[in-house]
Design a protein around this ligand. Sequence first.
Ligand SMILES: [Fe+2]
Length: 592
Amino acid sequence: MSIIVGVSAHYHDSACCIIKDGKLIAAAEEERFSKIKHDSGIPTGAFRYCLREAKATIRDVDCIAYYEDPYKKASRQISTNLTDLIQNPKRRFKIDPARAERDIRQSLGFDGPIEYVDHHLSHAASSFFFSGFSEAALLTVDGVGEWATTTYGFGKNDKIDLFEEVSFPNSLGLLYSTITAYLGFDVNDAEYKVMGLAPYGNPRYVDKINQLIEIGDGGQYRLKMEYFDFLNGERMYSDRLADLFDEPPREAESELGTFHMDLAASLQRSLEDILLAKVRYMHDTHPVDNLCMAGGVALNCVANGRILREGPFSKLFVQPAASDAGGSLGAAAIAHIRRTGQRPELKPMPHVYLGPSYSNQDIRQTVSAIFPETSIVDCTKNPDNLIKETAKRLASGKVIGWFQGRMEFGPRALGSRSIIADPREPGMRDRINELVKMREAFRPFAPAVLDTKAAEHFDLDHASPFMLETCQVISPLSLPAITHVDGSARVQTVSAQSNPRFHALLAEFDRLTDCPILLNTSFNMRGDAIVLDPVDAIWCFVVSDIDALVIGDYIVDRGFRLDTWDKLKEIFGARSAKKRAVPESVNVYSFL
Ligand SMILES: [Fe+2]
């Protein structure tokens, strides 16, 4: 028996996974356990969970695979942070290539072998070895790994060859993050907001964006560093960037104007054009059908849609946890191959439900401790009734917290830890924002649709189970809550195999309303990680104004409200407001 644990940590989005005899058993981000969004600490909670799920003890683990080479990373950190280190000598302690091993030994308690796998090789492997393809071109794009920021590769059977790379500080991820900061959004968190803002604008600054980057031959490109300041650690962009656009940087949370929308549109268009050109280059060198992508930039679902529609590859697989969390999967896969000589099982990742689940008994205990019996609908004896009752509530305009089965791995809620609602309601977007999300009104929510009916409502001729690409809405229904200003949507197709209960709910909602689509957004309050367990779900339900909580085989209606809940909401609301006053430091990308 072979048991490999994959770990990503110490940068963004720490995570842990476990591969047993070549089969991915479990994976989870640490933020769900620690409640620190994008937690970068060693993933102790996720590690304990993975062992539990695999019914293994630490003694059964053959190897821990770490998703980058900390020594290569330290060489880049030292050489590119010299100015910062001279000014702030104590920061030298943050450059610590021994930390990964120390934390694995001391915090995880593992004294067996550790394998280091290069950061972009981990990204590439996280996509290729879970794509089900026996051969594919591989593209990884992120902010930065050790030195690489973009790699081009080819995968065949159990081999990956990364044949070309672009090195730091030249980085498409950092270009996107720099404009994200200039637009007043949080770096390394809110890039998706810029993508969401783009359809409101006119890409009239494409030429100016293109002045920030020089496109080279093959896979190469170079950032013109006079426009960037991220190497100095204080901010992302230089004054010359503001001079180029002749506009001051936007203050966080201030009003968005035409300039900001046009700039977002221009950045998005440039990114898509560059990626398309590089993807064509890859196809010229490796003319195969399949493309695999990973790295944070691969979460740009608008670009992914264009790559698939306009690019030369007929099939695209994007690792659903494309950011650093997913690196743990790739590292574990590579370590598995190194140790056994065999690739992980050759089949496409069927779903991302790789996190913890909770029994009805666990749920009942928590629910009964908090809610009066009269507000709990018990469907344990008749689970079909749970689907019927939930669909009925959705059809009458209720917003539901939907907590079912194993938690998703990756940034998207895909029907296990979701807030769901009727997408046809004109006011639903504003309502959910008011109840729980408190997010920018310009961003639509995403739709989940029955896979068999997707083509009737969306311009999509293939499954999109992971919500990783956008397409046009062609539905005869009016779907204002999930349709973007440019008529697009970020679709999740739901099959009976991947998520039977969510599929059954969509089918029942369709039966009641002739609409096989639900609005689907993540189950969390703004600024918080997605809920992990029944306590988190109940807490989110209590402090928000969601109408009902459907948790395991129980439904809790908000037919009553304790006085203390209002007090809690007041406290929680104040906390959220505090979070919204963004401190300046989040607009700087830290390389330490
Ligand atoms: Fe990365």
